[in-house]
Design a protein around this ligand. Structure first.
Ligand SMILES: C[S@@+](CC[C@H](N)C(=O)[O-])C[C@H]1O[C@@H](n2cnc3c(N)ncnc32)[C@H](O)[C@@H]1O
Length: 288
């Protein structure tokens, strides 16, 4: 049975008590490593998600777990902690207006320009940063296939990254159980639907999307510049300073005039508005 102590000093569940000192240690550790802020409201969530890990490790207390993290110089435990803490909510074509903009205002003019330039180098790079289980980068891939019928003649790649290694593995598999995903026409068009109503992305989509584990607050081993970056519903978990550094680095990683899509509750106002101009609802263009 789960119990929340009324004094607010500790949370108890099946004999595991999350003391203030343990919660503060874990919060600081997570913030330092991946930028995620775990404030007091997240305490129950931290407790619930980590109790499973403590059991798997046969640890008796959260203090023992904190000691393990403190002595984990080779970062063996870090992925387990991060995978437990991240929130991965996502869906296909979340915020449809972003995909409409990508198709009509970015890809269609891009193709026109490519056809006119005769340069022959049809190079297109898009980054889904904080891609979760893959629904976002696959939605980008479907949009590309719709906007560019001869996509095979392009050097087009979608980089899909996330700090959570479990979601990266899921994205690579490209298989989803949710029945309601197939109500979207494009999902029906570009996926194989199994008898049990689960779906799998077609190979043509899988070939466009390259999944890699990557921590946004660490180094980015990335070559070349992106024409567009989707970084949606990721920085809501970061503090303002981390957001400022992140979007500044993203501007550096984009071509001039590149596009940035952020989450519906996020903004660049007073964060990075010297480098991006607001063009539409949570859609920005790099200006310098
Ligand atoms: C709520 S999901 C958003 C997924 C997708 N972008 C969308 O909008 O549907 C947030 C994702 O950000 C990832 N994330 C959190 N901190 C991160 C970091 N420091 N580096 C990379 N990804 C991170 C989480 O693992 C999670 O999968």
């Amino acid at each position: 049975m789960t119990q929340k102590k009324t004094a607010g000093k500790a949370f108890e569940s099946q004999n595991y008590i999350l003391m203030d000192s343990d919660f503060h240690f874990i919060s600081q550790f997570v913030h330092d490593r991946v930028g995620i802020v775990l404030n007091a409201e997240k305490r129950t969530m931290v407790h619930t998600r980590l109790v499973r890990r403590l059991r798997a490790l046969n640890l008796k207390t959260f203090k023992e777990y904190c000691d393990l993290l403190a002595s984990d110089t080779k970062d063996h435990e870090l992925p387990y902690l991060i995978n437990a803490i991240t929130t991965n909510l996502t869906r296909f074509f979340r915020e449809q207006h972003h995909f409409d903009h990508l198709q009509n205002d970015v890809l269609v003019p891009f193709v026109r320009q490519m056809n006119a330039s005769m340069s022959g180098h049809k190079h297109l790079r898009i980054w889904s940063a904080g891609c979760s289980t893959g629904e976002e980068p696959y939605s980008i891939a479907m949009t590309l296939c719709e906007a560019i019928p001869n996509i095979a003649q392009y050097d087009a790649r979608i980089l899909a990254t996330d700090v959570d290694t479990n979601v990266i593995a899921h994205g690579k598999l490209g298989r989803y159980k949710e029945k309601n995903e197939i109500t979207h026409d494009l999902v029906k068009k570009y996926c194989h639907v199994y008898d049990d109503q689960s779906i799998e992305m077609n190979e043509s989509l899988k070939n466009l999307v390259h999944f890699k584990p990557l921590n946004l607050i660490s180094d980015w081993p990335i070559q070349g510049k992106f024409h567009a970056i989707f970084c949606r519903n990721v920085v809501i978990y970061f503090d303002k300073k981390t957001q400022m550094i992140l979007f500044d680095r993203m501007a550096d990683a984009m071509v001039d005039g590149g596009w940035l899509y952020i989450g519906h509750s996020e903004t660049l106002h007073q964060i990075c508005d010297d480098r991006f101009r607001l063009i539409g609802r949570t859609i920005y263009q790099k200006v310098k």
